[in-house]
Unconditional design. Structure first.
Length: 297
């Protein structure tokens, strides 16, 4: 297959690039300069023209791993978030419609579209009540994917990613904890610790994407991508800190950050019907993350 990865220099995109280049022809695109030898196109940050990616060559699959991935940034800069997560999605899809209509499009959406679910596990047909501009904009992008499938017959699928973690992720919970551990023996986190997430290790996400490419319907559908396991933040943080330094003390300040949901656990029945099986326990995945952190010092 010939695969185009947009956002190839980010956390998820770089892992996708490394995995799929082993047995496919991979092309990459991002606004950053690439340090690798992959076939690469550097995009402009403003008024990005995605037509240039599809005018010269035809792709079998386009994976969009670009966009803003920060809830706090979306709250402070909602227009910026809209441009990256919504406007760019329709620009990419229209470039595909115009130049490469046979190309399958994988959109990285988010569990943020659900907000605070009333029932667990969360199914794809659960109520969609985002808590942040980020969540709303991911939902708008999903609707655009449906629009291009139903109106233009462009093959699209939305992957609602839950809490992805792994090596090279330099933001979010575990990176923040690690930074605090470098300067203090006392680590304070937001919330009560009883909040839950459905963590999925990056290697399992890559397997999920592979299953989606092979078995996904690409009819504008949205699919949960997670481990299917509910984990308390306090447990995940404790496991992580113990791997770093067992003497570090952990406490929670009982303050809930704006835009943060309380409890997540995904129903992954659709994903498992594609052949997916989650292989990595949170304890093992976090050991790998800590090993990477210690090696990069």
């Amino acid at each position: 297959m010939k695969i185009l990865i947009i956002g190839s220099e980010g956390f998820i995109g770089s892992h996708i690039k490394n995995k799929f280049s082993k047995s496919n022809e991979v092309w990459c695109a991002d606004v950053l300069k690439s340090k690798d030898s992959f076939q690469y196109h550097q995009l402009t940050l403003l008024n990005t023209d995605f037509n240039v990616l599809f005018e010269q060559r035809q792709f079998d699959v386009c994976i969009n791993a670009s966009g803003n991935g920060s809830v706090p940034i979306s709250i402070n800069k909602p227009i910026f978030d809209f441009e990256l997560n919504v406007a760019n999605t329709i620009k990419i899809l229209d470039a595909i419609r115009t130049n490469n209509p046979e190309c399958k499009f994988i959109n990285m959406s988010s569990a943020a579209v659900y907000g605070n679910p009333s029932v667990l596990p969360i199914k794809e047909d659960s109520s969609l009540k985002p808590l942040s501009p980020y969540g709303w904009h991911k939902l708008y992008a999903e609707q655009i994917c449906k629009e291009y499938y139903y109106l233009y017959n462009i093959q699209t699928i939305n992957l609602r990613l839950f809490s992805v973690y792994g090596e090279n992720l330099r933001k979010q919970l575990f990176w923040d904890i690690y930074q605090k551990c470098l300067f203090s023996q006392d680590v304070e986190l937001f919330g009560s610790g009883k909040e839950t997430r459905d963590f999925i290790y990056i290697e399992d996400l890559l397997e999920a994407i592979d299953c989606v490419i092979k078995k996904g319907l690409f009819n504008g559908e949205s699919v949960n991508v997670a481990s299917g396991t509910e984990t308390e933040i306090s447990h995940a943080a404790s496991v992580f800190i113990k791997e770093i330094d067992p003497n570090i003390n952990l406490k929670f300040n009982m303050i809930v950050k704006p835009g943060d949901p309380l409890n997540w656990k995904a129903d992954i029945s659709i994903l498992t019907s594609f052949g997916f099986k989650n292989e990595t326990l949170i304890e093992n995945g976090l050991k790998n993350v800590v090993k990477w952190l210690k090696e990069k010092k």
